[in-house]
Design a protein around this ligand. Structure first.
Ligand code: RP5
Length: 167
């Protein structure tokens, strides 16, 4: 799926369909900002060949940033980063057994040389990964830059408009 007819510029990938509940928040932000993106399930351990192919072909297909979410022993973001020079933003999905601490450490603790930009566990991380991906594109895309500025201004205004938390 792409958000528009335009070719995807951000790849939102996840290790399992069960990650969608978290990762849809990244896709929603990208939709709101008008960033063309695609959404794919690519599992490091169930579909390793697909993972390699996805990472190897991403640059040639016009992808500029990859947002990758995974839970548990979350190899996906690191393995994608190992196979592409594109920026990879990792979202630790909240696991049942360890509440996402396993996912967080698996994604954040990359050895020096292959970076993964790691976000917060769960929804906040997915939202921020979408925003960060848009920020990268906004460096050389004034339309996305404007959409990002408007998003932030609206967010600020909504706090200012409701100063009383009981209202
Ligand atoms: C990881 O294992 C996925 O990223 C998911 O968070 C976790 C559990 O996957 P399922 O068993 O729900 O498919 O690969």
């Amino acid at each position: 799926m792409t958000s528009t007819a335009k070719p995807a510029r951000v790849g939102v990938v996840m290790g399992s369909r069960s990650d969608w509940e978290t990762m849809e928040h990244a896709a929603t932000v990208l939709d709101q900002l008008g960033v063309p993106h695609e959404v794919r399930v690519v599992s490091a351990h169930r579909t390793p060949d697909l993972l390699f192919r996805y990472a190897e072909e991403a640059v040639g297909r016009g992808i500029e940033v990859i947002v990758a979410g995974a839970g548990g022993a979350a190899h996906l973001p690191g393995m994608l980063a190992a196979k592409t020079r594109l920026p990879v933003l990792g979202v630790p999905v909240q696991s049942k057994a360890l509440n996402g601490m396993d996912s967080l450490l698996s994604i954040a603790q990359m050895p020096a040389g292959i970076p993964v930009g790691t976000l917060a566990i769960g929804r906040a991380g997915a939202v921020n990964a979408g925003l960060l991906a848009a920020s990268v594109l906004a460096l050389h895309d004034p339309v996305i830059a404007q959409a990002l500025d408007a998003y932030r201004a609206k967010q600020t205004q909504s706090v200012l408009d409701q100063p009383d938390p009981r209202a």
